[in-house]
Design a protein around this ligand. Structure first.
Ligand SMILES: Cc1cc2nc3c(=O)[nH]c(=O)nc-3n(C[C@H](O)[C@H](O)[C@H](O)COP(=O)(O)OP(=O)(O)OC[C@H]3O[C@@H](n4cnc5c(N)ncnc54)[C@H](O)[C@@H]3O)c2cc1C
Length: 433
């Protein structure tokens, strides 16, 4: 029998690592505190599982991860994910580069993982919570695998001989001996049912790793309660700049969604990781919304001129009807403290121009994010400075940390699952050697 490996956490990263290790002949056990594997995976992509993206590069990840991601993605990138899923019998399709299973069901992806895990004889212990990892045995080996070696391992099945420590994985109920431990317990983000309570941060801290402050990311924001908002559920294409004073922390374009008490949608989620930290520190952040993102200054000027011709007997409400979404019109009129029944001929041209201006720069003060349970990922986590290129911990070469537990967060679009599979495949392969 090969190396005895314990994988803590049976999510996307942990299951992937277990499969790579078991395919390499290791004796693998997954300890999962939930009653099922891949709970969060089954909820991804609105139930469709956006598992990667053809537009893949390191810029899709947080700044502190970018440099390392370039190398990791060169070892295990989007084509490797496609081939991996082929090996699980999952057919993949691209929608503008966003990769999904053709089945359109995240559940089929989880089942494919479970089937392979069973086929390979990986043991799964459900309902036990890993609490800590104790270290005993030989001196740690100070050899790190470089990118060339990892590639050799992954593509040519090279064997690398390491002398390592021994480990005891302690759960709430039992203790388990292992030659290698892969920590894949995920983050703090996700609905309660995903059991994302950030246990791995404590386990890694006990092992001497540094944990970068965590924040909810890929998440929407509540707005200041004094803000004028449109009716719940309004969606519109907009450009949104997130401003701290005069500095734009992030600028995004896409379908903005107004919620009961805030804003959400893809452009807000994409920007979120860059602004949550400032909000948490109590800094004043404003979303500046341009409801006419496809008009440049000249186009908008001609639109204004066209519209100004209609300053006649009609009311402001009639004037704006057809100019933009009626709920947004109402919100802007109310913000301008005007009455919608006012006759246009009684409103000065400069006032009309200020109304138009509000459509290009509508500022809303944000108060806080919707929090971890609404967030798709967590920014921050185990510092990459503590992790070698082969995903092993600098000071303990038989302990590997993978997936969202690390300080890696990607944009919406399959980048976070790609990371789970990249880090899982590397750790699973190297741990089995
Ligand atoms: C609603 C939603 C939609 C998403 N959609 C997408 C998408 O379409 N595309 C994309 O790329 N990303 C998406 N993501 C993000 C993606 O799901 C995560 O980045 C990814 O699942 C992280 O994988 P992981 O294995 O690191 O963590 P997880 O998938 O969270 O797995 C961690 C596992 O560890 C277990 N665990 C935790 N603590 C312990 C412990 N102490 N002992 C034992 N087990 C433990 C948990 O129960 C869990 O099963 C989405 C996230 C959410 C919440």
């Amino acid at each position: 029998m090969g190396k005895k490996i314990i994988v803590a956490g049976g999510g996307a990263a942990g299951m992937c690592a277990a499969i790579y290790a078991a395919r390499n002949g290791a004796d693998v056990t997954i300890i999962e505190k939930n009653t099922q594997l891949g709970k969060k995976l089954s909820m991804t992509g609105n139930g469709r599982c956006n598992l990667s993206n053809l537009n893949m590069n390191e810029k899709m990840y947080n700044l502190s991860a970018e440099k390392r991601m370039k190398q990791w993605l060169s070892v295990y990138g989007v084509l490797d994910v496609i081939n991996f899923f082929k090996s699980l019998g999952i057919v993949i399709k691209s929608e503008d580069g966003y990769l999904y299973p053709v089945s359109g069901q995240a559940g089929t992806v989880v089942t494919a993982f479970e089937n392979e895990i069973r086929r390979l004889g990986v043991k799964v212990i459900y309902g036990e919570q890993v609490k800590s990892v104790k270290i005993s045995g030989s001196e740690p080996d100070d050899k790190a695998l470089d990118a060339r070696q990892i590639e050799a391992v992954l593509t040519r099945g090279a064997k690398i001989d390491n002398k390592l420590e021994k480990y005891t994985v302690v759960t709430n109920l039992n203790s388990y001996e292992a030659d290698r431990v892969i920590l894949a317990t995920g983050s703090l983000s996700g609905a309660k049912s995903t059991m994302s309570t950030g246990d791995g941060y404590y386990i890694c801290k006990q092992l001497g790793m540094n944990i970068k402050d965590t924040y909810p990311a890929l998440v929407g924001f509540k707005c200041d309660q004094n803000e004028q908002m449109p009716e719940n559920g309004v969606r519109c294409t907009a450009e949104i700049s997130f401003m701290l004073g005069t500095e734009a922390l992030a600028v995004e374009y896409g379908e903005l969604q107004f919620t009961r008490d805030g804003i959400s949608g893809i452009p807000v989620m994409q920007a979120s990781s860059k602004i949550v930290k400032f909000l948490a520190e109590g800094k004043p952040i404003y979303a500046s919304i341009n409801f006419f993102p496809d008009y440049d200054d000249e186009d908008f000027l001609s639109l204004e001129k066209e519209m100004l011709r209609l300053r006649d007997d009609r009311s402001l409400k009639e004037f704006l009807n057809g100019f933009y979404n009626s709920n947004i019109n109402d919100m802007i009129v109310s913000r301008m403290k005007m009455s919608a029944s006012m006759k246009m001929k009684n409103i000065s041209e400069s006032m009309v121009l200020s109304i138009f201006n509000a459509y290009r720069n509508y500022r809303i003060k944000l108060s806080e994010s919707y929090g971890y349970q609404q967030a798709q990922v967590t920014s921050g986590g185990v510092s990459l400075g503590d992790i070698k290129d082969d995903m092993a911990v600098n000071d303990h070469h038989g302990i590997f940390v993978i997936g969202e537990l690390l300080d890696v967060d990607g944009r919406c679009g399959g980048y976070n699952l790609q990371w789970a599979f990249t880090s899982g495949s590397i750790a699973g392969t190297v741990a089995s050697l």
